[in-house]
Write a protein that binds this ligand. Sequence first.
Ligand code: HPA
Length: 240
Amino acid sequence: MGTPHNEAAAGAFAKTVLMPGDPLRAAFIAETFLQDARLVNNVRGVQGWTGTYEGVPVSVMASGMGMPSIGIYSHELFHCYDVDNIIRVGSAGALSPKLKLRDIVIGQGACTDSDYAHQYELPGTFAPIADFTLLETAVAQARRLGVEPAVGNLFSSDVFYNKAGRTLDWGAMGVLAIEMESAALYCNAAEAGKRALTICTISDSLVTGEELPPADRQTTFTQMMEIALKVAVEMAGRKD
Ligand code: HPA
């Protein structure tokens, strides 16, 4: 088996896959949290690892940046590797003045400037939303770890360096943070009849201009990773 982008054998991925954007962060999660982690994919350096966490099989694979990239990898995980749950663990830029650097944001929905959902040829606008079971489990696990996450809309953008400069208009509509992947991930989960959720850590603020250094982005987002791993464990115990 395998796909143009994934050389893993059939059955090499666990039912829940954590997806950071960055391959180095995927390796960091595998090394830091998983037991007996083995590299199952390395096509284009998009590292996929499978190991166990609290005795439960869990995988982690990078998504790359942007909706075309996560669109490919999540489609293949859902359809070719029979993965049930994908939890994106990423960074996001604050659009709300209430958010501080390192705050955790869980994406209940994902607005977008992308045409990704056009492919479904629906007679209207599709609203990409998180899976409610993953969402409520993540909120409960965050609170258990002493974290109160912000929960609400994300804005998944096709553009990082945006000429129009109107991104904060999304903040005025109550959108919490900007990133570049969740709308496509949520669309793919809906199309596949599977579950997806995004948990983000605020790496920068479009409101204040503050930002974390890149090295922090790679290694200091451990709370978000632990929340996602605990969700993976809970999902393994469910029957439905
Ligand atoms: N824009 C888009 N994606 C992001 C940002 C941002 O400011 N920060 C983290 N991911």
